[in-house]
Structures are given as C-alpha cells and as structure tokens.
Design a protein around this ligand. Structure first.
Ligand code: EPU
Length: 429
C-alpha cells in the first residue's frame, strides 16, 4: 500500500507549473461524445480521473489515441453503446455527464448513479429537472439513471433551484444539439463552465452567456471535431499557494489565469501572505507571521469550497481565531479529525468551523478521506515538525498531477512509499 511520507519544516522555493484543470477535463472528455467526431484535446492533467474517463469512453466504442504529454485524440464517430459499466461509473462523480452526452447524442442513456468524494447528500435532482425540460423522460431504478427521449431533445427553459456546476454542465452538453433554444437560468459561473462552452463552441455549438447566470444554447444539427486546450487548474494553483503559506518560502506558480484565482489570492493577502501577480504566473512569498480571517465558501466567484480544507490548515498556523462557513456542501469538515491528530484546534458545528491558532503542527499518521482533505493534510504536513504518513492517497491522485515530484522540486521532503507488510519500501522520490 502506497502512502506519502512527509518530513516537514522545510521552506519551499523555486517554481511550479500548474496542470490542466481537473474539473474542466472531466466535463470536456464526456462532452466529446456529443461531437460525434474527432476531438484533439491538449493540457489534460495526468490524473486518475482522466484515465478513468478515457477507459469509460473506450468501453463505449470511442477510439482513444494519446498525443504526447497532456494530449489525446478522442474519436467518438462510432461510439455505439449507451450503458457504461456501473463499476467504472461509480468510481467518479463526474460520470453523470454521460447522461447529458448520451441523451443529447442518441436520445437514450442508462447510467449508474455516480460515486466520488463523500460530502454528505449529493442529489442530482437539478440535472434531471434540466433533462425533463428538454423533453426527456427520466427515472432512477436500482441505482441506474434511465433517460429517454422520443426523437431529438427539444430546447427548453430551465430555472435551477440551486446553483449547480454539474447540472449546468450536463444540461449544456445535452442541449448543444437539441432542436431550438435552451435557456439556463441561475447557472453556475465557474471557469470550467466557460471552458466547456468554449470547447463546444470551437466544435460548432452556439452557446452564449457562459460565465454569467443566464446561458443560452441554440441547438445545432451537427458538431464538427477540432482541437482544444484546457484551462489551468485554479484549485491546484490555490493548493500550492496554501503550501507556501503554511511551510513558508518564495515560489513562482506558473501557467495560471490570475482572474480565476482572485477570491483565493485576496484571502491569502488578507492573511499577510505576499502575492505578486503577473500575466500568467504568481509569486508567493511568506516569511513572517499570518493573521486569521473568516471565510464563507460560495459558488464562483466566491471563495471555492474545493480550497476550504487547504486554507483551514493554513488558518491553524495564523494568529487569532478564524471562522469558516461552508456554503456549498453539507459535510465538508471530515478532514478536521485528521488535522486534530497533528495538533489542530478546530471546533465544528454543522457547516461552521472555528479554528484557534496553534504554534505548529506535529507529524502523525493520518488518512485522506477525500481529494481536498488529502491536499490539506499535505499542506499541514509540509509545515509540521517531524514525520507525517498520509494514507488514502488514491483520493489525492484522482486530482493532483505529480504532486510528489512537484513538491520535491520546491525543496519539500515528501516521498511515495510502499508499505507492503509494515516495512516501508521507497518507490518514488
Ligand atoms: N445540488 C443539488 N441538486 C443537484 C445538484 C447539486 O441540490 O442536482 C447541490 C449539492 O448537494 C451541493 C450544491 O448543489 O450542495 C453544489 O453542487 P454542484 O452540483 O455545484 O457540485 P458538483 O457538480 O457535484 C462540482 C465539482 C466539485 C465542487 C463543486 C462545487 C466536479 C467534477 N466537481 O461538483 O469538485 O466541490 O462543483 O464547486 O466538477 C473537487 O474538485 O474536489 C470537487 C469536489
């Protein structure tokens, strides 16, 4: 069993390149199904969620051809199956995008309910409401979502009761080739929503308003293939800012879009972290102390829930008391118990965490319960005195490309170690 072993207490320095955005990649790959042609996609992150998606599309009959690092050609011309394997589908949250993609392409989808990180109840009622507004019949039986339409989908008006990234993406994909106009109101505005719209438009779709709360999709009869480059991952970039803030040091973070990081950089600056912004990079410097602050996570452009655990680890090391209010998920504080093993003093009451300042973390054996929880444990471990052993790294590898190598390059002492029978055997530096 592979675990990460971190000897903390080293400042970080140098530069790190940010990979393509996971949450854009996991939407754009299934969106290639509706294209019914050849899509050449660049800047894909090398993470397990992307490999899983490529396996799922291959299992449905798509042809997948790797095109060098970060590049892949997906030919969905002859994709001919509408029931992907439930085992594969349950391994990932974003697998529900196949419902919109298959429904929009062939008027039929039989897809297992998705898996992914457990933050409490993760309903998909808004997705289903959107498909129904396009004329589909949708039901869930024995853990399988069955969606059907007699003939092509027909554009409709969808008003989401709640801002949902997934539902916005799913309906955009399904509506790309529907007959007539679809209007999505109360749409999510995340950068990956805009990236998906740009991808589909570059393949011939007619989608306007992505990035605002009203998106208009005029259905087209045909999409053509083409090439597209995925945006950089703002959450990965934010995680490296958190790592420098926690461990101290001076690091340049390359290949980013500063605009996507505004709510994140503003908070770290408020805490006393020095951040210099350039066109496509940031320099993050932290040598002195930091002050605590209050944070409420919200849909974009608010502070992202996907960076809440990482900044919580930094707030533990900041002076004074901090309060985090989780505004997106019901149960996103499961990592707190693990941070407490390292000395954190955090009280959780429902969706609120009150964080008291501590002098420092101390290394301990801990376990990542989900992707961003794992990132928070790494952030804490980099700053800790002594050794931290992080279990559950399968979650981390779903979303962070080469995190061990990237941190080593910055001077961290982190290794992936195989613990076959209690005796560690080093496998990567
Ligand atoms: N919701 C509903 N009904 C729905 C859909 C969502 O009530 O039909 C609720 C959810 O329960 C939640 C809120 O709406 O309370 C927001 O959920 P959303 O649909 O926006 O989340 P998601 O699409 O399932 C994506 C990201 C998550 C990220 C959230 C919020 C992907 C694959 N996942 O999830 O990313 O936390 O948006 O920004 O894009 C991560 O990367 O670590 C991660 C979990």
């Amino acid at each position: 069993m592979i675990k990460y072993v971190v000897n903390g207490g080293r400042e970080l320095s140098g530069s790190v390149n940010i990979s393509g955005a996971k949450n854009a990649a996991v939407a754009i790959i299934p969106a290639s199904v509706i294209v019914e042609g050849v899509c050449h996609i660049e800047n894909l992150p090398n993470i397990s969620d992307v490999s899983l998606w490529l396996d799922i599309l291959a299992s449905l009959g798509a042809k997948i051809r790797p095109m060098g690092p970060g590049g892949v050609e997906i030919d969905t011309t002859n994709l001919n199956r509408t029931s992907p394997s439930p085992e594969l589908m349950r391994k990932m949250r974003a697998s529900y995008y196949l419902i919109g993609a298959l429904l929009g392409r062939s008027g039929r989808a039989n897809v297992a309910m998705p898996g992914g990180c457990d933050f409490g109840d993760r309903p998909i009622d808004q997705h289903l409401k959107g498909f129904r507004a396009l004329g589909a019949t949708v039901g869930i039986a024995n853990g399988i979502v069955e969606a059907n339409s007699d003939g092509p989908l027909v554009g409709g008006h969808v008003y989401f009761d709640k801002v949902s990234v997934g539902a916005t993406i799913n309906v955009m994909i399904a509506a790309a080739k529907a007959v007539g106009m679809t209007v999505i109101e109360n749409a999510a505005k995340e950068p990956h929503i805009v990236d998906l719209a740009n991808f589909l438009n570059s393949m011939g779709a007619d989608i306007r308003g992505a990035g605002t709360n009203v998106i208009r999709i005029r259905g087209v009869s045909k999409l053509r293939g083409g090439s597209y480059t995925i945006i950089p991952d703002q959450i990965e970039a934010g995680t490296y800012i958190a790592a420098v803030a926690a461990a101290g040091g001076d690091v340049r973070i390359n290949n980013i879009i500063p605009k996507h990081l505004e709510s994140i950089t503003a908070k770290f600056k408020e805490m006393g972290v020095k951040i210099e912004e350039n066109d496509d990079s940031l320099r993050v410097i932290r040598h002195g102390g930091m002050t605590g602050t209050n944070i409420t996570t919200l849909p974009y452009p608010g502070f992202p829930t996907d960076l809440q655990p990482q900044i919580a680890a930094v707030l533990c090391l900041s002076d004074g008391m901090s309060v985090i209010t989780e505004g997106v998920w019901d149960n996103r504080f499961r990592y707190v118990e693990e941070l407490r093993r390292m000395g954190a003093q955090i009280q959780v009451d429902g969706k609120i965490a009150i964080i008291s300042s501590i002098k420092g973390f101390s290394g301990a054996p801990v376990c990542a319960c989900d992707l961003r929880a794992g990132a928070a444990l790494i952030v804490a471990a980099l700053a800790a005195s002594g050794q931290t052993v992080i279990d559950g790294i399968i979650h981390i590898e779903r979303g962070y490309e080469d995190i061990v190598a990237k941190l080593c390059e910055l001077g961290a002492d982190i290794r992936a170690v195989d613990f076959p029978s209690g005796n560690p055997v080093m496998v990567t530096a």
